[in-house]
Write a protein that binds this ligand. Structure first.
Ligand SMILES: C[S@@+](CC[C@H](N)C(=O)[O-])C[C@H]1O[C@@H](n2cnc3c(N)ncnc32)[C@H](O)[C@@H]1O
Length: 275
């Protein structure tokens, strides 16, 4: 049926094209074309394509075209949507961190880490890099920051922000809950900011952090004191200090009211060192 329809279509097209005789293409010694045949390539047979095959291909193309257009639209909308959300998240991170700078006392935390240009520092539980990005400037291009976290998405944003800010001295490690996979004796200082309370097995993490520190290296832990209303995202400084001592650390200093805004949560800071 389809084949007949295509043949009929071709017959009607034939009349539109001039015959070889009409345009004088027939050679003097060759027999004239019979019946004013068309020079239409299908009939000349240079690359003979069967009309049925042509029609089948056209049918497939007609069938696929809307699906391909739809796929392209989905891709453009999907990629655009993801890019838009990523930009919104980056803007929100920048806004939250700018506000946090006004109360988190980042200058004093950096001071406690006792860093010098060229040092290597670990931001353990880095999240999207609030501190890793600051530490990158402190240790400079001769030094390095190792950012460890469990969450790939947070680390993806850290990677993106480090790239956008041209900070090439940040190395990222995806840790396991009980093992940060840090190289041995690779760090001069380690920061654990707002993360200790999340640790499933703090003693095991302290062992790994001690192994990653060079002798004399600093460990700075900052977290929130439990209150009557809120204990979940908090850590008791007495328990943390006891754990540090058991792990063989020397306690250099402890500030139980490192941050104490009136009517708000209290943060403590403990500075320890590896003997
Ligand atoms: C509350 S966030 C703080 C992030 C960052 N330090 C800050 O102050 O913005 C705690 C982070 O610790 C990470 N974390 C929890 N347990 C961890 C572990 N065992 N090893 C590595 N990261 C961990 C979480 O995935 C989360 O990103």
């Amino acid at each position: 049926m389809l084949h007949q329809a295509c043949s009929a279509a071709l017959r009607s097209i034939k009349g539109v094209f001039p015959s070889a005789n009409e345009i004088g293409e027939g050679k003097a010694d060759s027999p004239p074309f019979q019946g004013g045949e068309s020079i239409f390539p299908i009939e000349l047979g240079v690359t003979p394509i069967k009309p049925a095959t042509t029609c089948m291909l056209k049918r497939i193309a007609r069938f696929l075209r809307p699906a391909l257009v739809l796929l392209a639209v989905f891709l453009v909308v999907g990629v655009g949507g993801v890019a838009f959300q990523a930009i919104r998240t980056l803007q929100r991170l920048n806004a939250v961190e700018a506000g946090r700078d006004s109360w988190q006392k980042p200058g004093q935390i950096i001071e406690a880490l006792n860093l010098k240009d060229g040092n290597s520092v670990v931001d353990f539980g880095s999240g999207a890099g609030y501190f890793a990005l600051k530490l990158s400037d402190v240790v400079g291009s001769r030094g390095g920051v190792i950012a460890v976290d469990l969450r790939n998405l947070s680390l993806l944003f850290l990677r993106l922000r480090a790239f956008l800010q041209g900070k090439h001295n940040i190395r990222i490690i995806v840790g396991d809950p009980d093992d940060p996979h840090l190289p041995e004796a690779s760090a001069d200082s380690v920061l654990v900011l707002n993360t200790y309370h999340e640790l499933r097995d703090p003693e095991s993490i302290l062992r790994h952090l001690s192994r990653a520190l060079r002798p004399g290296g600093r460990l700075v832990i900052v977290d929130r004191t439990p209150s009557e209303d809120e204990t979940h995202h908090h850590a008791e400084p007495d328990a943390v200090e006891a754990g540090l001592r058991r792990g063989g650390f020397n306690i250099i200093s402890r500030e139980d009211t490192f941050i104490h805004p009136p009517g708000d949560e209290v943060w403590w800071l403990i500075t320890a060192s590896k003997p």
